[in-house]
Design a protein around this ligand. Sequence first.
Ligand SMILES: C[S@@+](CC[C@H](N)C(=O)[O-])C[C@H]1O[C@@H](n2cnc3c(N)ncnc32)[C@H](O)[C@@H]1O
Length: 249
Amino acid sequence: MAEKLPNPDERLQFEFNRWADEGEGAKMERHHLDITEKTIRLMDLRPGERVLDLGCGSGWATRLLARIVGDGPEGFGQVVGLDVSDEMIRQARAASKDFDNILYVWGSAQQIPWEENFFDKVLSVESFYYYPDQDRALAELFRVMAPHGRLHILINLYKDNPYSLQWVDKLKVPVHVRSQAEYVDLLRRHAFENVEFRNIPDDTPTPDDYKTKSFHSLDDLRAFKKIGALLLMASKPNLRNPAPGYTIY
Ligand SMILES: C[S@@+](CC[C@H](N)C(=O)[O-])C[C@H]1O[C@@H](n2cnc3c(N)ncnc32)[C@H](O)[C@@H]1O
């Protein structure tokens, strides 16, 4: 009998389990910390909020979020880290034993295993362009976000930063390459409000002896960091589900 081909989520799981086994999960903190800290400052997080870290990897950003929303006069905030790679989730759990307000869940952005109208804030770092069906992921995000909830999607790969396109061919899984205008349009089509974008430069220095496999040269890497990542921000309207055009998968 012919072997069953993996579905798109299984391909992602397999590939990111490999990354995790090679220690890439924890290493990504070094690459994404500067732009993520700038994003977290814009999230206006408060103690007591419920936050989703979508595509959380090894969980370093989840822990940053958990420290901010944890116990406070306004309540006990909790953070859910969700990832399609079970190995990333295992590593994230192992590194977060001191936290009692984090829950890591193995699952896909294509079918978020959570209840409706729940999360006040969502952060997703360097993950959204991998999602096989971005429309479906946005419909799922809309479903699990609370009315007035705010979404923050941070991505390094997008058309308006031409230097980022240098590493598309090196990836072993398919990705979406869209422009900032196309992403804004996509979010609006999913009924999100107050859709905005910003470019978030990475201000960390690149030493002259830095080795890169992803860029043609260090000058290209520096130019990529100067233009920066794309931060997409959008709010769910003051509306409980079902949302307009919402599909039950
Ligand atoms: C480049 S890594 C970034 C991880 C983490 N956010 C960070 O910055 O270190 C992309 C992550 O997205 C996850 N991912 C990819 N596709 C996914 C999907 N469909 N659902 C949930 N997570 C996904 C991967 O498993 C991986 O951990």
